[in-house]
Design a protein around this ligand. Structure first.
Ligand code: KG4
Ligand code: ZN
Length: 348
């Protein structure tokens, strides 16, 4: 049995988890900073890193307590080293180094994007002994990674083998949700708020633009954001009632239409066995439904607590690196701009 303590501090959640054999969640503690950032309508980096400093030790201690383990029971200490906010990543990386050094266990560095994908190999109480996605996953897989910072279509032919098919040219999908949420006068984060506001709204009430960008697998959401802004400016007060619901539903439908259509097309072109929806935006109900409708292969998605940032996904990913013999050095540094696979570049 391999037990890994995994730490996640790339953005605005302080996470620590203990994961057994890359699948079993022995504990998964997340301290959210949402309330601290809400007044700014987005993440304030300086506040984020300070909040991680305060939360990191209690969160790790709680994760160890809930797993009923001591540091001697661990096989490794894993941590996200990028991509993300430098000041936030540093808190996790330094905590992990201290724990690994103190316990004499190996240090593992994890790519946050890869971790979002590996969340699919975890099991939950409902899914055990299957994966949280509900099945044993088969390669090749197509991952749609949609979060606050990223929007990418990744072809995965095996463990650790990534091919970048396309991604956003401007805003990430979650960023578009957050910015449009602000335009609509909704609380931060915009994604869940827009999903809620769209209930009872008509997705066809406003014909918002879709950036198809030809046959490419790239995305663009800035034109859509501008179109929503122009519509909102027609009203003197922030929209409310049916207008708000219609705006939210029409915006959400425009984002989902492009994401689901391109994902279904890539799944067919590359002959994948399954599609994995990953990242915070994959908690979106419309995205799950429409992608499932359009794709010819099974579309897997996760319970919302595994979609947004958490330590469990870092532990799931670290396990595969542990098995492959990967170890980080004591000079492990944060890489805020870390990629999974580059544009036009295969693998890592
Ligand atoms: O993966 P994540 O927790 O953090 C990053 O790595 O960025 O993603 C956060 C993003 C936010 O932009 C948030 O608005 C979005 O995920 N999000 C959603 C939903 N829940 C979270 N977007 C649309 N619908 C949702 N239900
Ligand atoms: Zn994330």
């Amino acid at each position: 049995m391999t037990r890994i303590l995994a730490i996640e501090t790339s953005c605005d959640e302080t996470g620590a988890a203990v994961i057994e054999d890359g699948r079993r969640i022995l504990s998964n503690v997340v301290a959210s900073q949402v309330e601290l950032h809400a007044p700014y309508g987005g993440i304030f980096p300086e506040i984020a890193s300070r909040a991680h400093v305060e939360a990191i030790v209690p969160v790790i201690e709680q994760a160890m307590r809930e797993a009923h383990l001591t540091y001697d029971d661990l096989d490794g200490v894993a941590v996200t080293y990028g991509p993300g906010l430098a000041g936030s990543l540093l808190v996790g990386v330094n905590a992990a180094k201290g724990l690994a050094l103190g316990s004499g266990r190996p240090l593992l560095g994890v790519n946050h994007l890869e971790a979002h994908i590996y969340a699919h190999w975890l099991e939950t109480a409902e899914s055990a002994p299957r994966t949280a996605s509900g099945a044993e996953l088969e390669f090749p897989l197509l991952a749609l990674l949609v979060s606050g910072g990223h929007t990418e279509l990744i072809l995965m032919r095996g463990h650790g083998q990534y091919e970048y098919l396309g991604g956003t040219l401007d805003d990430a999908a979650g960023e578009a949700f957050d910015k449009v949420g602000r335009l609509l006068g909704l609380p931060y984060p915009g994604g869940p708020a827009i999903q809620r506001a769209s209930e009872g709204g008509r997705p066809t009430a406003f014909r918002f633009p879709r950036a198809w960008l030809g046959e490419s697998y790239d995305f663009s959401f800035s034109g859509l954001k501008t179109a929503v802004l122009r519509e909102v400016q027609k009203y003197s007060d922030p929209p409310q009632g049916q207008v708000l619901a219609d705006l939210a539903a029409s915006f959400q439908a425009a984002v989902v239409d492009v994401l689901a259509t391109k994902t279904a097309r890539a799944a067919e072109e590359f002959g994948v066995r399954e599609v994995l929806l990953c990242g915070g935006v994959s908690a979106n109900r419309a995205l799950r439904e429409v992608t499932t409708e359009r794709a010819a292969v099974p579309v897997r998605y996760l319970p919302p607590f595994l979609c947004t940032d958490n330590g469990a996904m870092v532990g799931a990913c670290a396990y595969h690196h542990f098995q492959a013999g990967d170890r980080a050095g004591w000079d492990l540094d944060v890489v805020p701009g870390l990629r999974l696979a580059g544009r036009g570049r295969k693998g890592r």
